[in-house]
Design a protein around this ligand. Structure first.
Ligand SMILES: Cc1ncc(COP(=O)(O)O)c(C=O)c1O
Ligand SMILES: [Zn+2]
Length: 399
């Protein structure tokens, strides 16, 4: 074995405090059914030497292997994902006075940030002997799992809501995954998937129903830190939130970096949701500890069509503890943002990935963002599947 040097310790449930071994396949908390999270042994570790060593490592997310769960190098299933560019956008009309940056995960293998979680979770599950996977998905997570499973020599079954664009199904099939069409949203697709898969022995890769996709998402925060700290660390990060794993992942990364003495301050994290499906933002506004299911959810951004996010308590905790918040944007402003990012900034963004751009002006107007602040928009996905589904990429520019 070639050890990765992973500092992985136990799994813990933040809701009830149950701890479990991380060396066996685990799903959710056996006591309260909440999500399980990895803990790491960070004491007595030369973190500053590690920081120096990073500079000499390959530009993939596996450069952070000590803070990831895989223990043997040979278990790593990778397409070279990670270390996507952070670019300054320049002047953004209606967001005058803000210094706006964008991290572009549309450039990752399979076209979205979902590969981060899937490569790490498939690698660790494979290390523990898993060879069969399934996931309900709005598209991107399914494509990412399909690619990782193909590379791992494992099988994947992807449950897509019936309205998912055909291009997503074709992309899953390209990697020889099986595709099942079920339900109006990922919520119904997930219920159908868990029923159908109950006896198959396949591992459920749904958001937060296994502990290691969130670890892969953590690399979003680790990269932002390595690319921007110490002098250019953003004051605020705007993130398109569906299930919210990205928010949890970045929050966990920043907490670990603070614990290691490598970061002095947590950026404020803001969830951006479409106004037709905003359970997290509603819970924030109403002071609730967890989100209630959103009825009649609809939006142009399929990845944000998550009416009942599992693990909403942890998402809300991250938003509140980072002193950030949440905001809703209309579908029309999301489509304007797709167009403006392309036409003005040369960035290809999916509707989900463009939503943070649409949130700039309203957050500034409400005083949540202040002139002079540095803001990072997280583009989670490429615009190409959206265009391939027949949506126009052009149109009159907005002011
Ligand atoms: C492109 C894109 N952005 C954002 C999201 C939402 O992700 P999260 O679960 O991290 O909130 C999704 C989920 O499908 C997605 O495909
Ligand atoms: Zn629990």
């Amino acid at each position: 074995m070639t050890a990765t040097g992973s500092r992985l310790a136990l799994l813990e449930c933040r809701a009830c405090g149950t701890t479990l071994s991380s060396d066996a396949v685990q799903t959710v908390c056996p006591t309260c059914s909440g999500p399980l999270f990895a803990t790491y042994d960070l004491a007595h570790w030369e973190a500053h030497a590690w920081r120096e060593a990073l500079a000499h490592r390959a530009a993939t997310l596996w450069r952070y292997r000590e803070l990831l769960p895989v223990k043997d190098d040979r278990s790593i299933v990778t397409l070279g994902e990670g270390f996507t560019p952070v670019i300054e956008l320049g002047t953004v009309p209606r967001a005058d006075g803000l210094e706006v940056w964008l991290k572009d995960d549309g450039l990752l293998p399979t076209g979205s940030f979902k590969i981060r979680g899937m490569s790490v979770a498939v690698s660790r599950a494979g290390e523990l002997g898993v060879r069969q996977f399934f996931v309900p998905s709005a598209g991107n997570a399914g494509v990412a799992l399909a690619a990782c499973a193909a590379r791992a020599g494992a099988t994947a079954r992807i449950y897509l809501p019936t309205g998912t664009p055909a291009v997503m199904e074709s992309a899953c099939r390209l990697y020889s995954a099986e595709v099942v069409r079920e339900g109006a949203t990922i919520r119904e697709a997930g219920i159908a998937a868990r029923t159908a898969e109950a006896a198959t022995g396949a591992l459920d890769m749904s958001t937060l129903r296994e502990p290691f996709r969130a670890e892969g998402k953590k690399t979003m925060g680790l990269e932002i830190w390595e690319e921007m700290a110490p002098d250019r660390m953003p004051d605020a990060i705007l993130y398109p939130t569906g299930g919210g794993t990205g928010v949890i992942g970045m929050f966990r990364a920043f907490l670990q970096l603070i614990e290691l003495g490598l970061l002095d301050r947590m950026p404020r994290l803001y969830a951006v949701q479409p106004d037709g499906c905003a359970p997290i933002v509603r819970a924030l506004n109403e002071g609730d500890a967890r989100a209630r299911p959103w009825n009649d959810a609809q939006t142009v951004a399929p990845g944000l069509l998550v009416p009942a996010p599992f693990g909403s308590e942890r998402v809300l905790e991250a938003l509140r503890e980072s002193r950030g918040g949440g905001i809703t944007v209309s579908d029309a402003s999301i489509l304007d943002a797709v167009r403006d990012l392309g036409q003005r900034h040369g960035v290809s963004a999916s509707p989900e990935g463009a939503a943070p751009f649409a949130a700039l002006a309203p957050l500034l107007a409400r005083g949540a963002l202040r002139p002079g602040e540095r803001v990072l928009l997280y583009n989670t996905g490429s615009g190409i599947p959206f265009l391939a589904a027949g949506n126009p990429g052009t149109g009159p520019e907005s002011r």
